[in-house]
Design a protein around this ligand. Sequence first.
Ligand code: GDD
Ligand code: MN
Length: 374
Amino acid sequence: MTVTTETKDAMASVRPIRVSIVSPTYNERGNVGELARRLDAVLGATGWEVIFVDDDSPDGTAALVHEMGRADPRVRCLHRVGRRGLSSAVVEGALAASGDLVVVIDADLQHDETIIPKMLVHFDDAAVDLVVGSRHVEGGGLGEWGAARVGISQFATVLAKFVLKADISDPMSGFFAFRRDLMVEALPNLSSIGFKILLDMITSVNRRLTVREVGYVFRNRIEGESKLDNKVIWDFLMLLADKSVGRYIPVRFLSFSAVGTVGLVVHFAVLTLMFKLMGLPFFWGQTAATFVAMTTNFLMNNELTYSDRKLRGRAMLKGWASFVAACSIGAVANVGVAEFLYAGDAEWALSALAGIVVGTVWNYVATAWFTWGR
Ligand code: GDD
Ligand code: MN
């Protein structure tokens, strides 16, 4: 292709990209246009781009961002299909960024974009790795949060500080800026679980980071609604578990085992109801309890342990069937191992425990492969 004077001129008018804004979206159709306008207002002179990382939102956010991108190439869309997750969206957005600096910001206008220039100035100091938009330093605030959310946030912050190597006031923030290289450095150790990507990044590098903080007041959401529900608490605990013991035990296995423990409670509840209260034969009580517990275990694991590849609709039926089949083999292994050890003169409780461990590991490996594998 020959480069005409016209394309040369066009290229000269394009500013080299220095800053990439990464904004995760799920059903943010009502906000992406306004955010892009506001970014232009605060960053106008700096070369910038914005990458909206959309998880195939039902409201058509991705299509709207693509349309915006046709009019203004600084607006890009990373459209992910069949995946969910705030943290992983941010990771992939940062890897797709062209700028040396990356700013992560929510798309719903709750983060105050007017502090971005203040955040960027800090990078003039070559030693600075990370700048966090903080609600807990001067100029910062939680805005109109209810007492309950303030309490939960404070408690989570205290927990987070246990796994943290850097001293920062707001490790739970979703608004922060860093050199793109930092993401590449953190990548091999990232958990990418849930939504606390800042915490994840900080704990995934093997050195003390130089961090600066800029205060901002958390705004109220006007358009759309929050996606964070009770499940984020579970994800948060799993992230902390991964950061503390993840080197030794896969965190999915921990989640799977926790679900299994709840399953025991379900099993005994059903058994007590049918055998003790309704007077049905023990065999039938036991059979029913096993099926009910397998089903609730399947649903809980689908929701919690495998939320990132959750089975939906018809795929759930097939998933449930393979889960029941795998766990039935696990039950046979459990009883078999316990029986074998007990017959060989091992302590009865230890024999039972060994059976449970073998059965659980089998169930985990088999369902990871057959039920939630691809
Ligand atoms: N791609 C993608 N995938 N984006 C998502 C997903 C997802 O599964 N879930 C949420 N988002 C996007 C939302 O569209 C929004 O732009 C942003 O992530 C934050 O989600 P909200 O649902 O608005 O979260 P919030 O306002 O309750 O939580 C905020 O406060 C936390 C601090 O307490 C967020 O800023 C968090 O990042 C922050 O840590
Ligand atoms: Mn929000």
